[in-house]
Design a protein. Structure first.
Length: 126
């Protein structure tokens, strides 16, 4: 088998839940639609201030994606998922050695830990 590539294809259940099941995705994300094609994924986020330019190339090579936009990364990653996914795993940590059981942290636990850390940092900043 040396020197031969092996292709492993995902099962149908995995493919069915994937975001990229639309066969038109290659056309939507073609070079002729760049960079505006990335707007659809940015629109999945909650923005505090919507951006004015999808990709600002005016100061190359220091390009800026979503120039002028502001968002709260923690809100987008944790807080907005609490209502629907409070008791679902937000993180699953698999340590080394691998015989140690994985540790799952729910969105609620992650929310609590993030807020504890924020309070700790706030107290040290005063």
């Amino acid at each position: 088998m040396e020197g031969r590539a092996v292709c492993i294809y995902p099962n149908a259940k995995f493919v069915g839940q994937a975001y990229l099941t639309d066969p038109a995705v290659n056309e939507r994300f073609s070079e002729k639609n760049f960079p505006e094609c990335y707007r659809e994924y940015a629109d999945l986020l909650s923005w505090d201030q919507y951006w004015h330019t999808t990709l600002d190339t005016s100061d190359a090579p220091f390009w800026k994606w979503y120039a002028g936009g502001k968002l709260n990364a923690c809100y987008n990653c944790v807080d907005r998922h609490l209502e629907e996914h409070r008791n679902k795993a937000a993180l699953i940590f698999v340590g080394e050695p691998e015989d140690v059981p994985p540790v799952a942290i729910t969105y609620q636990e992650l929310y609590n830990r993030v807020n504890e850390m924020a309070a700790l940092l706030r107290d040290f900043a005063d």
